[in-house]
Design a protein around this ligand. Structure first.
Ligand code: FES
Ligand code: FE2
Length: 400
């Protein structure tokens, strides 16, 4: 079977330059990215199995916004701004936990029901005119897809529903039954000193695998290929070599990984990565499913976040394979972090003249094209004045 989902012809003649160097270090541009790319595009918050019981919650603090995802007594997973309607305190402080019957604001003690409605203010007689129906937690768009919880900080946005957006990968992804999975080691976060786009640029191409990732190259290097971003979704596919084994973790992985009979043939040895514009990847292996994503903390700092999920009834062999694939991934990630730092640093140099991308890096180009569509000022080779950035971008947007 052809392992390609979509056959994509790379044009003969394409602009091989990346985004302009200035855009990796501009604070004004970062504000545009938050506005037009992060707040209004779907973001993965976690998985329904991270909050299995009524009152379980998880929070996500990113791009100056605070999301609170909570499971109600009716079992429904809802998303809110983690922001008390009294004076804006966090309603819950921890990144994950259980709040039993209600959400009690730690500042003055306003109490919210698990469905976000206001149960009552503390010392209610001090608010003679308070209309409780007006002061529920502010809801976020939320959609669950194959168990993954997607939220959107701004209601509405340029993307369709998650189900529509991910339709091209749905038939393949469905084989993994991700909705029934359980957490492996919980949601992790890590900071790295680099612009978020540099992280994404490295992740959006497999051209560097042969040189930079000895373990991955050993595991599946020869079979790897990328399908670029089309309508917000990319796909990278590789199958591991059952005879690989120069590295300890790889040698043991291919030896231990059991034959995953629940998967169709073409996926039984596959590691597949689905990119979701602007900043996330869902990836599948025979023994696990994971997400990872990045959020800007500043122009030069990025928050990496993700989690791995496993089969509820996994065998010991599956568990061992999951652990070994995690080790391979962990090494790969630290190699990528270093490379993204070096590439990102160069954009502060006067000598930097832009990228010159290979056909094997066409995925980087298509991600940049998606960004340019939302933020047309990214098409300018020379940096605009920081103070003009917003207006200039607005003018270009209205021109379409
Ligand atoms: S800010 Fe929440 S009760 Fe005052
Ligand atoms: Fe990499």
């Amino acid at each position: 079977m052809n392992p390609h989902l979509r056959d994509v012809a790379i044009p003969n003649d394409w602009d091989r330059r990346g985004l302009p160097g200035w855009s990796y270090h501009s604070a004004a541009l970062l504000e545009l990215e938050k506005e037009y790319v992060f707040r209004n595009h779907w973001q993965i918050a976690g998985h329904v199995c991270d909050i299995p019981n009524a009152g379980d919650y998880l929070t996500m603090d990113v791009i100056g916004e605070r999301a609170l995802i909570v499971r109600g007594k009716d079992g429904v997973v809802r998303g809110f701004n983690n922001m008390c309607r009294h004076r804006g305190s966090r309603v819950v402080a921890d990144s994950q936990g259980n709040c039993r019957n209600a959400l009690v604001c730690p500042f003055h003690g306003w109490v919210y029901n698990l469905d976000g409605t206001l149960r009552g203010a503390a010392r209610p007689r001090s608010f003679p005119d308070l209309d409780k129906t007006e002061f529920g937690l502010m809801p976020l768009d939320l959609e669950v897809w194959m168990g993954f919880i997607f939220i959107r900080f701004r209601n509405g946005g340029p993307q369709p529903s998650v189900a529509e957006l991910l339709k091209p990968i749905e038939p393949e992804f469905a084989h993994y039954k991700a909705a029934d999975m359980v957490p492996s080691w919980g949601i992790w976060t890590q900071k790295t000193s680099v612009n978020w786009k540099s992280v994404r640029d490295v992740d959006n191409e497999g051209y560097h695998v042969a040189m930079a990732h000895p373990a991955l190259q050993d595991l599946y290097g020869a079979t790897y290929f990328d399908e670029p971003f089309i309508n917000g979704v990319s796909r990278s596919f590789a199958t591991y070599n059952p005879h690989a084994g120069r590295r300890w973790s790889v040698r043991n992985y291919v030896k231990i990984a059991p034959e995953p009979t629940h998967l169709p043939d073409h996926l039984r040895k596959a590691w597949v990565y689905y990119g979701i514009f602007p900043n996330a990847v869902l990836s599948v292996m025979p023994e696990s499913v994971q997400f990872y994503q990045e959020f800007p903390l500043s122009t030069g700092e990025t928050l990496l976040r993700g989690a791995i999920y496993r089969y509820r009834d996994e065998s010991r062999e599956q568990a061992a394979a999951r652990y070994l694939s995690f080790r391979i991934d962990r090494d790969t990630m630290s190699e990528d972090v270093q490379l993204s730092v070096w590439s990102n640093e160069s954009m502060l140099s006067e000598a930097f003249e832009g990228f010159y991308l290979s056909d094997l890096e066409y995925g980087v180009r298509t991600h940049h094209d998606h960004l340019r569509k939302q933020i047309p000022v990214l098409g300018l080779e020379t940096a605009p004045e920081e103070k003009d950035m917003w207006n200039l971008n607005d003018a270009l947007r209205s021109r379409g």
